[in-house]
Every structure is written in C-alpha cells, then in structure tokens.
Design a protein around this ligand. Structure first.
Ligand code: SF4
Length: 503
C-alpha cells in the first residue's frame, strides 16, 4: 500500500546560462528500525545537495505502508520539521536531482525521485543516480509487456526502469528476481536504491560509473548507502566499502547480504569505469571514493599541473570550490604564493532565473566576485576544474582583468573535454564543447587568457590513488565504456570524430 504526500513546491527556477558540468543526482538509503530514518535521510540529502538542487524527495516505509514526499527545490525547502515528523518508519530512501532536461516545473516535478511503482498489491519506491543509455530497448521491452501507461507524461529513463520493475515484480512476485531481470536489460550508469515494505535493495551498474558506498550506523543500529561518504559522515555512520560494480544488495531485518556479486557469471561483458570527473569536480572534497580522498586527489592535480605547465606569476588562486585544493597544490609545488582571489556567493549556489541577456552575461558575477586588493597589478595563475563552452572562463578572466590583474594564466585540472558524455552529465553533443571546435590557441584567444594549459589524462589518473584505478575517460578520449546509446542524439558527434564503444 502506498500513500503520497507529493506537493508541488513552486520555488523552482531555470538555468539558462549553463556553461558548467552538472551531476544528475545523489541517492541515499537507510535501514534502521530504532532510529528516525526520515530525519537521517534528510541529513543525508543535505550532505549530497551539491549533486542536485532542483528537487528532493524521501520515501519511507513502516513495514506496512510506503509514503513518499517530494518537491522542487533544495532539501530544506521541501522538508520542514513537521513534514519529517510525519514520515515515520523503519527504512527510507532519498534523492536530490539536477535535471539535464525538463526545466518546466510540471515536468521537473514529474521527474523528481523517488518514483513509485507497484506489482498491483505491493508498492516500491525507486531513486536513481546516472543515465540509462538504452532507452529504445527499455521502451521496446515495455511495449512487449502488458501495462498501464499515462501517455501525457514525459517519460524519463528512471520512469521506464520503474515501470519495467513493476512489470517484472508483477510477473515474478519476487523483488530480487525482478531487480535481477531489470539489471539484465538496463545499460549505462545507475546507482540505484529500491525500497519495499520489507527490504531496501541497492544496485550499481556493471562498470560502477557513478559512486555508491555502504556504511554502518553506530552500535549496529542500522545500515546506510549513499552516493558519497560525506553523507555517511554527517550521520556518524562508519563507511564500510563501495557497492561493487554489478552488485545487488538487500538490507532488511536480517541484516545486509549480497544477492548478486560483482563477479557473477551472468553479467554482460563490461569493464570497470569510474567517472574521472567525480574526482575533478562533482564529489565533495571531504568524500572518499573507492579508497581515494577527493581533496587529496585535487591537491595532487594542482601539483602535477605545475610540473606539466609551469608559469612565472605572483599569486595562485583557485576558482571555488573545486579549484581551491588544486590551487593550493599548485602553489605548494611551485613556491608561488597562494591567495584567495575570488569570493563565492554561497546563497545562490543553485540554479537561478536570469531573465534577460544582460543578466545572463552577468552570470559569473552573480556567483563570484574578485578580491580586488589581492589581484590588482598581479600576475595571476587561476586554477579551475574544466572548460565546457568557454563562456564562463571568458567572463571570469575579463572580471579579473577589470579588477586590475596584470596577467591571467589559466590552468585546468582536467584534460580538454572533447567528447560528449551520455552517462549522467549535461553534455550530449560535441558542438557545445569549445575544445572540440577550437585549437588550444584559439580557445586561449577566445577566453582572453595570457596562457592556457590542461592537465594531461595520464597526469590526472596518476593523482587519484583509487583502489580500483579503472576509469571512464570518454569525455577526454572518446573511449566509451558502454555500447552505443539508443537513441543517440543526431548531432552527438561532429564530422570526422570516431568514438569507440564497448560492444
Ligand atoms: S564521459 Fe566524462 S563525465 Fe561522463 S562518465 Fe565518463 S568521465 Fe565522467
């Protein structure tokens, strides 16, 4: 049985000036019958808020009823004390979302997670971080199966997964079997949690593209899963390990157990391919992914960047937030003074409305302001995480020049992004990527820097120190760890570019 507390929160907004990479979600799950699971989930979502600010949702079960509440906006905008107090139960899942499509509030709300499905008698809630790349196959499979559809709804990949799982659950009357069937057909990136009235299920795609870790609450009071360890830290859960690529876990009153191990024979051929950008940009610096501390990795990227691209300058500054540890690393290795040079307005960190072209061009000034006294008449090394379209870097450099900088040398802690990403990031065509259409010198000229350098792919990988150093680097080298997406955007690749796929 399911009841819904879904409410359309009208505090949504539109992201028009989109020149940065955006992660598409964070997931959280907890099984802890003695604790306030909805409050723990709310805290977990707050720790994961950097992974998505467009909607937040929590589904909770008391063992008999499943209740879901979600809305548009930050977790703290969707949930107040009273709402959380109403969500009592033994287990919960939660989700924060950044949408790469569906900016209309109605559509955004439809796409907010968790999604609810049912086998007719028993309900479940599902939340997902990643992107499924074989939507055509999923639609075909759904059409093969008898089902109810609501043709007015814009169907997301997660909605398709939910509908398929509902069908498999109806057919098998057994959730683990239904999930295994779903894992057999889904392709692409998924770190997923599924909640029934009896158990919490946790599954991760065969390549382990998006992060997902599991932890234990103190004194054996329960189990937690989350996209990042920072969510475990906040609720004082002990991080235990990563959910392995291709693994399916069940957590219930008997404890935690692996239903499908990562080395199961039935798995399709896949190579582990953890997203490199998690370390460069997406993850919080206080998280540990696959044994690698994100802050330490970023600091090492700055050190390596100095060796690959040294330059004479007076100060090194970082672009908040992800550029800061790298700028500190660059400064330590080079001996050039580290300085704060940009102040971030933390209260408009989320997407916001920019109604006119003028305001759109102001984009970066709304988020960042230079420390004039620090940069005036100085030769500055600016360390940033990436360049997508180049317009943000251009504005940033102009802003520093307006503040009196004598020289601006841009150093990027990732290689040039040349290829689109189909695995949960908002870059699905090559034409939007400046490095795909411009040479290094043309890019430098466009953004107005005195010099520009990217970290090499080899250099980036050498900075991470993960336990399983097998990465997705497709946006840098076109070597995709997935089969060709279905459908594939007709303008995904520019003429002459030949990606490689895992067929
Ligand atoms: S293509 Fe790039 S951003 Fe996308 S998953 Fe791979 S490394 Fe991450």
């Amino acid at each position: 049985m399911v009841s819904s507390m879904m409410a359309l929160n009208t505090t949504t907004s539109h992201d028009i000036n989109d020149d940065s990479l955006h992660e598409a979600c964070g997931v959280f799950g907890v099984w802890a019958p003695q604790l306030d699971v909805s409050r723990l989930t709310f805290f977990g979502l707050q720790a994961l808020q950097h992974r998505g600010q467009e909607s937040a949702g929590i589904a909770v079960t008391d063992g008999t009823n499943l209740v879901c509440k979600k809305g548009l906006g930050l977790a703290r905008e969707v949930f107040d004390d009273k709402t959380i107090a109403q969500l009592q139960g033994v287990a919960a899942i939660g989700h924060v979302r950044y949408s790469t499509s569906g900016k209309d509030p109605e559509i955004s709300f439809q796409m907010a997670h968790p999604l609810i499905g049912s086998n007719g008698n028993r309900s479940f809630a599902l939340a997902h971080n990643g992107t499924l790349t074989n939507v055509d196959d999923l639609i075909k499979e759904l059409k093969r199966l008898p089902r109810d559809t609501n043709s007015n709804q814009q169907v997301s990949d997660t909605q398709l997964a939910t509908d398929l799982l509902a069908q498999y659950y109806s057919e098998t009357q057994d959730m683990p079997t239904a999930i295994m069937r779903l894992m057999g057909i889904m392709r692409g990136a998924y770190s997923m949690v599924v909640l029934t009235n009896k158990a919490l299920y946790v599954l991760r795609d065969y390549s382990g593209i998006r992060p997902l870790c599991v932890g234990r609450l103190s004194e054996g009071s329960g189990w937690v899963v989350a996209s990042e360890t920072c969510a475990l830290d906040l609720i004082r859960a002990e991080p235990l390990r990563e959910v392995e690529p291709g693994e399916l876990l069940r957590i219930d009153s008997k404890g935690i157990c692996t239903l499908v191990a990562s080395d199961a024979q039935s798995q399709p051929i896949a190579r582990q391919a953890h997203c490199l950008f998690e370390y460069v940009y997406f993850a919080r610096p206080d998280s540990v992914i696959d044994g690698a501390n994100v802050y330490r990795a970023r600091e090492a990227m700055g050190r390596r960047l100095f060796h690959e691209a040294p330059v004479d300058a007076d100060i090194v500054i970082g672009v908040p937030d992800s550029g800061i540890p790298a700028a500190i690393g660059y400064a330590r290795e080079s001996g050039v003074t580290y300085s704060e040079g940009l102040v971030k307005n933390r209260y408009i960190d989320r997407t916001f409305i920019q109604p006119t072209q003028d305001l759109r061009e102001q984009g970066i000034r709304i988020k960042l302001n230079p420390l004039h006294y620090a940069v005036r008449n100085r030769r500055i090394i600016v360390v940033d995480d990436s360049i997508v379209r180049g317009s943000t870097s251009k504005q940033l450099i102009q802003m520093l020049r307006d503040a009196g900088a004598a020289e601006v040398h841009l150093r990027i802690t990732s290689p040039a992004i040349i290829w689109p990403c189909f695995l949960g990031i908002n870059t699905d065509t090559q034409e939007q990527l400046i490095a795909a259409t411009h040479t290094l010198e043309e890019t430098r000229e466009y953004i107005g820097a005195d010099s520009l350098a990217y970290l090499s792919l080899e250099g980036l990988k050498s900075c991470i120190y993960a336990e399983h150093p097998s990465y997705c680097s497709a946006c840098f080298d076109g070597d995709y760890p997935i089969s060709r997406p279905k459908p594939l955007h007709e303008n995904a690749f520019l003429p002459g570019y030949m990606p490689t796929w895992q067929e």
